[in-house]
Design a protein around this ligand. Structure first.
Ligand code: 5GP
Ligand code: ZN
Length: 136
C-alpha cells in the first residue's frame, strides 16, 4: 500500500530503530512507547489486521514476538511483558497495517492496560456458545 507508513518502514523506505529483521518481518521501537523498550512486530507485506493476514504469517509473527521479547527481557531488563494486537478503530488500532505490540512491564510502571470487568452471565455464555457452534 503506497500510503501506508508501516509498509514504508517495514521495507526500509523510511528509516526506523530496528531491533530485529528477517525475510518477512521488521521489529522496530515504537515512536511513542507505552514503556521503555516498547517494540512493534511488523510484517513486510501489507495486511490490515488479524482477520486478513494469512494464518502462516500470523503464526510466524508470534514466533518473532517470542524471539524478540525473550531477548529484550534479558537486556532491558523488565519484570514481565504484554503482547497485544489491536484490530479496528474502536479497539485502539491507529495504523491499519497488522502489527504486534511488545510492551515491557515493570513493577509500578503505570502502563494503563487494565479494563473494567463485566460478569459472564449464564444467558450470555449460552448465547455465545450457540453462535459459534459448528463454525470451526
Ligand atoms: P496501534 O494503535 O495501531 O495498535 O499501534 C500503532 C503504534 O505505532 C503506536 O503505538 C504508535 O506510537 C506507533 N507508531 C505510529 N507511527 C509510527 C512511526 O512512524 N514510527 C514508529 N516507530 N512508530 C509509530
Ligand atoms: Zn502497510
Amino acid at each position: 500500500m503506497s500510503d501506508c507508513i508501516f509498509c514504508k518502514i517495514a521495507v526500509g523506505e523510511i528509516p526506523s530503530a530496528t531491533v530485529y529483521e528477517d525475510e518477512d518481518f521488521r521489529v522496530i521501537l515504537d515512536l511513542n512507547p507505552a514503556s521503555y523498550g516498547h517494540a512493534l512486530v511488523i510484517p513486510k507485506q501489507h495486511y490490515e489486521n488479524l482477520m486478513t493476514i494469512p494464518e502462516e504469517l500470523a503464526g510466524k509473527a508470534m514466533i518473532v514476538a517470542k524471539k524478540v521479547a525473550t531477548v529484550l527481557k534479558e537486556v532491558l531488563p523488565c519484570d514481565g511483558y504484554n503482547i497485544l494486537q489491536n484490530n479496528g478503530l474502536c479497539a485502539g488500532q491507529t495504523v491499519f497495517h497488522f502489527h504486534i505490540h511488545l510492551i515491557p512491564r515493570r513493577e509500578n510502571d503505570n502502563v494503563g492496560l487494565e479494563w473494567n470487568h463485566i460478569a459472564l452471565t449464564d444467558a450470555m455464555r449460552d448465547e455465545i456458545l450457540k453462535k459459534v457452534e459448528g463454525k470451526f
